[in-house]
Design a protein around this ligand. Structure first.
Ligand SMILES: [Mg+2]
Length: 325
């Protein structure tokens, strides 16, 4: 087996801003596995919040080179690397390679009939006026996800709600709130018909959510990486946000989805800002999910060849296996 690890900078169309900071480029690592006749590819996005850098993730994958070139199963991979971006890129490349070797699509291999999905459209953290303008420019989209931060959040949601009175709105505080702010904001957000709140508090403060009212569904993101996290999320959240960069690939993402549903959690499937190559495996997990948030490529100025097509109503068609799977 041959292994190629490459780094790519994909320019973002404008600026992507959340409570923790902003970026103008999606910096990703691409893994390519070749057996001489078939090629499998995977992409990951190293994430500083989880102590990952381009260098550390590349080095982690490079450290596994001897095992990978000898031929590594996804099960063995899960024993050797923890959940995270490095395992994600390799796991997704192994799935893609398996499909190509078997001359099957991912849908055939998993016995799933795929459907087009409607994704959320993300509005970066900004002034209420700027977020309102952006929502107005995309008023035809049915579902908006607002990046929030704490101060000024009510004004942001009000401004967007005015621009898109009939759209579904979900919000993501990215750990930027505390319980005082939560209790102030939530009744107002009920009136503004907000459908879901993602990760209001820092991951370590989840237990505070047990004693607070939940008139709006709460979704764990930074607090939920893989199946091990589920037990501590019960009673704190109604939903979990599954991302393949957190689970360490499609294999654990599918297992997490099944385990979470069995525990009564509703499913959201999200992404880091990456290309369609990273969305394609997530699109598999996102089938039948309650909320799909796979708009990474929509935020980029360029995308991979054979990338997802998004229509004006944010619908994503089932991708070509030339992209992945
Ligand atoms: Mg989030």
């Amino acid at each position: 087996m041959q292994l190629h690890i490459t780094q790519h900078n994909w320019p973002i169309d404008g600026i992507f801003r959340i409570s923790r900071g902003s970026r103008t480029q999606a910096q990703v690592i691409q893994v390519e596995l070749s057996d001489g006749s078939s090629i499998g590819r995977g992409e990951c996005v190293p994430y500083a919040r989880y102590n990952e850098t381009l260098a550390s993730v590349s080095a982690t994958i490079e450290g596994l080179r001897p095992q990978i070139v000898r031929g590594l199963s996804r099960g063995q991979l899960a024993q050797l690397l923890p959940a995270g971006a490095a395992r994600n890129a390799v796991d997704c490349a192994l799935w893609d390679l398996e499909c190509k070797q078997a001359h099957q699509t991912i849908w055939q291999r998993l016995s799933i009939t795929p459907h087009a999905l409607t994704t959320a459209y993300t509005l970066s953290l900004d002034t209420p006026e700027q977020m309102q303008q952006k929502a107005q420019a995309h008023h035809h989209r049915p579902l908006f996800k607002l990046k929030l931060a704490g101060d000024g959040d009510l004004e942001r949601v009000k401004a967007v709600r005015q621009a898109v009175p009939n759209a579904q709105i979900i919000i993501d505080a990215n750990e930027g709130w505390n319980s005082v702010l939560y209790q102030q904001l939530v009744p107002e957000l009920v009136n503004l018909n907000v459908a879901m709140i993602e990760q209001p508090f820092p991951a370590g403060d989840d237990a505070l959510l047990q004693d607070l009212p939940h008139p709006i569904a709460l979704c764990a993101d930074e607090s939920c990486h893989d199946r091990q996290d589920l037990v501590k999320l019960k009673g704190c959240y109604e939903m979990i946000n599954i991302k393949i960069d957190k689970t360490g690939g499609l294999t654990e993402a599918l297992a997490l989805k099944q385990a979470a549903e069995a525990e009564g959690f509703a499913i959201m499937v999200g992404c880091m800002v990456g290309t369609s190559l990273a969305m394609a495996p997530a699109f598999v997990v996102a089938q039948n999910a309650k909320i799909v948030d796979l708009d990474g490529p929509l935020l980029l100025a360029q995308d991979q060849p054979h990338g997802f097509e998004y229509d004006q109503a944010s619908q994503m068609q089932v991708p070509s296996s030339k992209l992945w799977g």
